[in-house]
Design a protein around this ligand. Sequence first.
Ligand code: OGA
Ligand code: NI
Length: 336
Amino acid sequence: MAVPSKILLTDLAAEIDRVPPNYVRPVSDRPNLQEVVTLADAAIPVIDLQGLHGDNHSQVIQQIGQACEEYGFFQIKNHGVAEELVGRMMGVAREFFKLPEEERLKNYSDDPKRTTRLSTSFNVRTEKVSNWRDFLRLHCHPLEQYLPEEEVAEFCTSVRALVLKLLEGISESLGLERGSIAASLGQHGQHMALNYYPPCPQPELTYGLPGHTDPNLITILLQDEVPGLQVLKDGKWVAVNPIPNTFIVNIGDQMQVISNDKYKSILHRAVVNCEKERISIPTFYCPSPDAVIGPAKELIDDDNPAVYRNFTYQEYYDRFWDRGLAKECCLDLFRT
Ligand code: OGA
Ligand code: NI
């Protein structure tokens, strides 16, 4: 079969009825979709943030701590980001991926260092097998530096307020001062991806994104109503099926370091399906590049020595992109 040459997957997928060879995973590395556990939505804890500033404060903090320790993942409702803002953000993403090919391509770049860019797969410069995904990457903090369009800016600002609230809660759950994690991130950084996973004729052969941990501090994921996200729990892949008006929160590598391994940055992946396109919008909250990251001093003593050395986030991030989505966690390169 001659493979049509297209830069973006979205345009290629529209023309083919089989997965091209460069998207096919080796047999040992396929999604095995029939083995995925589809428990009730409650498989990944759902935390109601309504109580965070009221009578239930200590319960909510305890739930957050337990979820970070046991799952590295949780879902949040009553998160304070207006439904209408979320809807408009989804709309922006949906419209973007419907633009004519030549319009979308104006944003194309395969250079991971570009702050605003459309690309495909994960890192087309280094990877051997491609992923069934196109994505638009946007940086959004400090906002003045990037000036995204209005809807996007409002969404980013509101998600940032949510993250700051979560960082206080997570600090508290670790027994740290409320502001202590936020204070260790330098200027802070925030970027997001608009992920677009087209329908796939042979979803059992490929991934939207293969198993990986997120290199940043914490991720807030908005997903549409199409399932696809799976999380590794006790050696099994668990589907995280969408619940309306919730976000999914996951601990990233930097949080695992700061917590000195108490909280876990967990492997997760996105699978695709033959029928429906899927859109997800993760917000990646990060330290600024020059921030020095290491285990929080308060969590280290003679019985609990630091399990990571200190490093700058820039150093970590460069390593992450160079390695691609390798199974072995990038964190291991920074252990003491
Ligand atoms: C990511 C990610 C999952 C999804 O972009 O890092 O894990 O469901 N996305 O799109
Ligand atoms: Ni991820």
